[in-house]
Design a protein around this ligand. Sequence first.
Ligand code: UGA
Length: 439
Amino acid sequence: MRLTVFGTGYLGATHAVCMAELGHDVLGVDIDADKIAALTRGQVPFHEPGLPEMLASNLASGRLGFTTSYREAADFADVHFLAVGTPQKKGEYAADLRHVHSVVDTLAPLLVESALVVGKSTVPVGTAAELRRRICATAPAGDAVELAWNPEFLREGHAVQDTLHPDRLVVGVDRDRPGRAERILRQVYAQSLREDTPFVLTDLATAELVKGAANAFLATKVSFINAVAEICEAAGADVTVLADALGHDARIGRRYLNAGLGFGGGCLPKDIRAFMARAGELGVDQALSFLREVDNINMRRRSKVVQLVTAACGGSLLGVNVAVLGAAFKPESDDVRDSPALNVAGMMQLHGATVTVYDPEATANSRRVFPTLDYATSTSEACDNADAILIATEWNEFRALRPEDLAALVRSRSIVDARNCLDPAQWRDAGWTYRGMGR
Ligand code: UGA
């Protein structure tokens, strides 16, 4: 099939590359000429394991191309995916839909024949119905252009695997026009369907809500265990053992139950806020008011980590050296959007600490957001003369650290494990003061 993908960020670039990998002819479209030039050269503008190799092989096969031209895209295919970002509006909880609107308003007037537009971006419920009206009103092909909503559940760091082998496909279609959109999307995802991936066919509103609800549930799960971690801290219990025990109950499950510094990134924080904002617009704000508490619990983890490091440094951060290991919002990503790690690093600096950050992949992005922090190029450089070490992102190279690797470098043997990814006994036995989160 011939497909286009509008937007070449984490979602769009991955989708474009993976659709080509599945054998489709794909054109990725973006207004950012630098991004398009990089992708055309075979460079992925962000860190995503496996994606560069797959981009290169699909460029070489001739199945994948990139352009800034909407006209070229409209002529190239009759199935168009929307994969642009929907960030949080400045000073508001609601999602900013300007990129989605801009793609639709530019593309629709170029659609002269029947086509299918497939939304993948995370949007407030009701957006798809509004976009459908907008497209039909401005496309020369009018009603011959259909709209479907196919939310994306990929995780950064696992984006290729999640796109090629999703755990479910959700497709929302126009209730009044069943058939064609479903048929086309079944063809697009034929390979996944052969692997028995569940295919959930529904209306536009339900499809939009599935995504909002999924991220709200995940955020709630993390904040739930972090709230329990607060109790564990007060009671002298161990939240990691507690989570293992809870996880044996198949109804609860162990995944996504890691207490620590909490969630960040470009999705969960803004998605729960947009979900609350939309509930308010629909007159049912009470239904989601608990998400405000989910957000509060999450933000409290960041202050808690600052307190733990302060305690590790004898009660004040003034004039101390803190090594922060990890800046990305999660491992295997260079994304620092709403990163808890960088947030904590910034707060400690405000309290007078000299903060040196090391991350295996996210240093360039971190520098842009927080130019005043010091950045090291290795763990040992960051830990040189440190009064405390903070593990803020659980990269494998930090999980593998041994106390004896760092003992000779630091000024004080004190480590705060904000991701509960180290073995406390190993560090304590080696003479370190170990502080975890809720353990
Ligand atoms: C999240 C969802 O997991 C995806 O399904 C969704 O498609 C995506 O958002 C999106 O909306 O685009 P992602 O933001 O890549 O994916 O990251 P996650 O792996 O979900 O982690 C989010 C945050 O939660 C990270 O900061 C992570 O450290 C934190 N987390 C996760 C915990 O603190 N504890 C856990 O047990 C799990």
